[in-house]
Design a protein around this ligand. Sequence first.
Ligand SMILES: [Zn+2]
Length: 199
Amino acid sequence: MPQLPEPLERLIQELSRLPGIGPKTAQRLAFHLLRADRQRADSLAQAIQDVKDRIGYCERCYNIAEGSLCWICMSPRRNSTLLCVVESALDLLAIERTSEFGGLYFVLHGVISPIDGIGPEQIHVPELLARVRAEGVTEVIVATDADIEGEATALYLQRALAPLAVTVTRPAHGLPVGGDLEYADELTLARAMAGRRTF
Ligand SMILES: [Zn+2]
């Protein structure tokens, strides 16, 4: 392939680092941006910068937040005795879309995976236990994915929470086995949350 001008080459490189974007798609997107209005391109660049400058993580639940607390932790209408543990902020958004859950969350940002060097500390398990102890939580819903690592993490959490006198539940089956919670349809997810049961 002929050598492309350096800035274009660099844009293709950067785009191809994004998840799900192969070299061909990166090239197509780069050429699309090259043809696009100056204003469109600028607003894309600005949106990326604003996200990096202004969005961080909630210091209470690790959800995404603009400021120190997320919109869920700041809401006076949430039931603070119910705590739902999820793998990612995208899983949290999926559960929020069902409008089925009125409690609070704790976002792990991962699962326990010894092979990748991810242990309980890396996914904030000590902070989770401290929060359950301090905030009068009566039920912890462990909504990790139904794949091997998600199940292993759920089991680990169930054991870690056992001495704390809280009910630990898992969303009902019906979620796609091995599938990502984030991709479950709303009705399936709503039913799974409503039909949750203890370990
Ligand atoms: Zn929060």
